[in-house]
Design a protein around this ligand. Sequence first.
Ligand SMILES: NC(=O)c1ccc[n+]([C@@H]2O[C@H](COP(=O)([O-])OP(=O)(O)OC[C@H]3O[C@@H](n4cnc5c(N)ncnc54)[C@H](OP(=O)(O)O)[C@@H]3O)[C@@H](O)[C@H]2O)c1
Length: 340
Amino acid sequence: MNPYQPYPDRYADTAIYRRCGKSGVLLPRISLGLWKNFGAENHYETARTMVCMAFDQGITHFDLANNYGPPYGSAETTFGRILREDLRSWRDELFVSTKAGYDMWPGPYGNWGSRKYLMASLDQSLERMGLDYVDLFYIHRYDPLTPLDETLMALVDIVRRGKALYVGISRWPLEAFSYGIDFLKARDVPCLIYQGRLNLLDREPVNQGILSKAEESGVGFIGFSPLAQGLLTDRYLDGTIPKGSRMSLGGTLRPSVLTPEMLAKLHALEVLARERGEKLSQMALSWVMQHQAVTSAIVGVSSVHQLQEAVKVLHAPIPFNKTELQLIDDICLYSNEDKP
Ligand SMILES: NC(=O)c1ccc[n+]([C@@H]2O[C@H](COP(=O)([O-])OP(=O)(O)OC[C@H]3O[C@@H](n4cnc5c(N)ncnc54)[C@H](OP(=O)(O)O)[C@@H]3O)[C@@H](O)[C@H]2O)c1
């Protein structure tokens, strides 16, 4: 294996960075997520190439969580190996996030939002990645049973102990998010960013006021699954499920979403994308990025080719005109059954 040397001009395009809320942090408008495709069951060399290629293109932000893999924890282990073998010298150029909130280990302390779980989980994540600290630690989801103050105070203490530089909130309802913003601010550990699902077919953070709350509070917003896990690409356009695709593997992207109505929407969107001179996946990414309050879109990729398509949008997004945005809205008017 040749030693990795990053591309010297990786920061030539300064337009790809956006300020995260009212913080001092700049994030690339497209970040790389390691939820799928970076686990122990995936090909290590491909994972390594994708991470290094992203870094070469100025993508400094890598998004992980304790349970990314499969199996759980193995995406962090893979990333740790890439850090150790290739990116060690560039640690200060990287913005690494991880999370805890979903089931991670058996028993009553390996899930949800208790202080006990969050503290232990972050220690395990740091060990897997071989890091002293992460740049950003998230509570991964809303826990209706643990008092919000307990979860939020754990985030504060994580920063105070130097295990994370910033904290963020993922998938909390608006009311809890608002409470969290105030709680953290009062303790001088402001919420850096909110992470929520945002794509052409699922606009919950917009519709529920999360995006506007983040913007008015000086908190960044990062959108996950901008391609609706691959639905908003040419992967399933002909109505079949390619071998090896996320939908074929079972789990989070169910074949039942591929209804005639959904296919009609995808085809109409693809025609518009073609008229704009891009692929459906590229238009879908651009659409997330064009929101004023969106700091970054976290894309997932299973191949170098997919990453290259995203990188084109990062460096040369095609702006939308009002007619195109209206047409997209008309096509995408969605019902709950359509959500991937
Ligand atoms: N906070 C949370 O609760 C939460 C939840 C979900 C995700 N996330 C974060 O968001 C990240 C992204 O989520 P995601 O993986 O669902 O994102 P996504 O970008 O919506 O979907 C990624 C999938 O789309 C397909 N794809 C990507 N580019 C393509 C292209 N050019 N042509 C055809 N297919 C393409 C690939 O599917 P194939 O594998 O079929 O090739 C890829 O695995 C995650 O890694 C994670 O960091 C966070």
